[in-house]
Design a protein around this ligand. Structure first.
Ligand SMILES: [Zn+2]
Length: 508
């Protein structure tokens, strides 16, 4: 995700597919969701059937949502939990800890649970119900049976009168427009929904269907946003070799901050308009969109080992968010250029913004990039007054280190390889072949394979807090950084070698 775009430029089916084989699900969970638009509530009804004689079931609501590295503690927005049998007779229940509800199950195994979620926050991790629109962040709305995320679930939306649209990466069950089914809760929790009346646009690009759901579409047609988005998709496909989804859904909401990547969608708050104040603002928005899009590869597929499978009860602590987030920020810069939606100078301006947000500050000598990844669950929204003196943020130093790594791999391999080869290797080996996340050492092994030898100097950029000699990297690439403004620029009279390097990075 990106916590603040302005700062940095985030079944009722009884058949269960597991390990490629279908097996019988032993219980059923069907949700019906209504809305109280005046009170800003999501109204949740769960119809559940477990084996007769089960005794009790424990329902669990996540404490955080994928991509948002902060404990949002969703149960704090829940009220009026209630449980009844099929005839409507109240069932006993009790809380177990912060996010578990243990319900006594009647003899026939059939129970109904209902509760309300207060939903009035404008951040991409949280749900919002307004007069004419609702955003559903599923991790904060739906409960799974404790300990069993790998279970199918269905959701039907009972929309207010006059509400016409439902948008999500999940597609409606065939023959319906309001019912959705996920093979497991990990998928449901990573597929947000937009409900109501808003601008939509459906189109196909390179063989895949795309759905735009836009709350405040002012200026979208004239801005060329859709065309630019398609160019970014094509550039990312050329880079990685394929798209990792069947269909893609882009949810852009009104004025607010932050964007969040999802399984086959992105959900972002925007400036509330596509009539950008100036070209720089427009390029920032394209970089923001490219960031959330590239996460489809880098974090949804290319995953640090600690980021899969998820335990939504506790923090997913990893020293590698600088890879998942920092390198994704670097690929904003790359995709702006390889897609052609920005000029070299426009792309460099965005990269310069990252230098300027960490390089002038003392915090770089107190916290390594690795440590900033590890501690993000403490510091995601921790704006202590001494923040810049003692900490760094991987969103800022990460893309700078990405640039230095990319340049270093290119020059060491005589332009035969680049950071792109590392990303492709991680995607092909760990996502497609091994179907697992990579450890920190496995990440460096892939870098060293592409580089063709040990990389202690690159490891030091990540693991230590010493001064970085930027010029020793940038000069060969025909770039330099002005240490007054921290702007990255192309050298004025490049040598033939520098000119060739700039061309290899599509910077001419
Ligand atoms: Zn991100």
């Amino acid at each position: 995700m990106k916590k603040d775009r302005l700062l940095v430029s985030l079944a009722c089916a009884l058949a269960l597919v597991a390990c490629g084989e279908k097996k019988e699900a032993s219980y059923r969970m069907d949700y019906v969701v209504g809305l109280d638009t005046a009170g800003h509530y999501v109204l949740v009804d769960l119809d559940m059937e477990v084996a007769p004689g089960t005794g009790s079931v424990t329902l669990n609501m996540p404490r955080w949502t994928p991509g948002y590295y902060e404990m949002l503690d969703f149960p704090k927005h829940l009220c009026d939990f209630d449980a009844a049998d099929a005839a409507g007779n109240a069932l006993d229940w009790e809380k177990e800890g912060m996010n578990r509800w243990k319900v006594t199950v009647p003899g026939d195994g059939k129970l109904k649970v209902n509760y309300r979620i207060f939903a009035n926050r404008r951040d991409v991790g949280s749900s919002r119900v307004d007069g004419g629109i609702a955003f559903i962040s599923p991790a904060g709305v739906f409960m799974h049976r404790d300990g069993d995320l790998q279970h199918p679930v269905s959701v039907r939306f009972d929309l207010p009168e006059g509400w016409e649209k439902i948008s999500s990466g999940l597609l409606p069950v065939e023959g319906t427009t309001d019912t959705f089914r996920a093979d497991d809760f990990d998928r449901l929790y990573d597929c947000p929904f937009l409900l109501g009346n808003y601008y939509t646009c459906d189109f196909e690009h390179e063989g895949h269907p795309y759905h735009f759901a836009i709350e405040t579409p002012e200026g979208i047609e004239e801005s060329g946003f859709r065309e630019d988005f398609c160019k970014i998709v094509s550039a990312a496909t050329r880079l990685m070799g394929e798209v990792p989804y069947d269909n893609y859904c882009l949810i852009h909401m009104g004025a607010g901050g932050g964007g969040l990547e999802h399984w086959n969608s992105q959900a972002c708050y925007t400036d509330g308009t596509y009539r950008f104040e100036n070209r720089s603002h427009q390029v920032s928005f394209l970089a923001f969109t490219a960031h959330e899009y590239f996460h489809l590869y880098n974090v949804k597929c290319i995953r640090p080992a600690e980021l899969w499978p998820f335990n939504y009860d506790i923090e997913a602590v990893t020293p590698m968010l600088w890879v998942s987030e920092g390198l994704t920020c670097y690929y904003e810069f790359r995709l702006l250029r390889t897609s052609g939606v920005a000029t070299p100078d426009e792309a460099l301006e965005k990269l310069s913004g990252y230098f300027a947000r960490y390089a002038p500050y003392e915090g770089q000598h107190h916290m390594s990039l690795r440590q900033s990844s590890y501690d993000i669950w403490l510091n995601f929204m921790n704006m202590d007054e001494n923040e810049r003196d003692v900490r760094i943020n991987y969103y800022f130093k990460g893309p700078v280190v990405g640039l230095l790594m990319d340049i270093d791999i290119r020059r060491h391999t005589g332009q035969e390889k680049s950071l792109d080869d590392v990303m492709r290797a991680l995607y092909n080996r760990y996502y497609k072949e091994l179907r697992k996340g990579f450890t920190e050492e496995e990440f460096w092994q892939e870098v060293e394979k592409v580089y063709g030898g040990p990389v202690p100097h690159l490891r030091a950029l990540v693991n230590t807090t010493g001064d970085i000699d930027y010029d020793s990297y940038l000069r060969d690439a025909g770039l330099y950084v002005d240490t007054e403004s921290w702007a990255v620029r192309r050298v004025e009279n490049p040598t033939p070698a520098q000119a060739a390097f700039l061309e290899s990075m599509e910077m001419t």
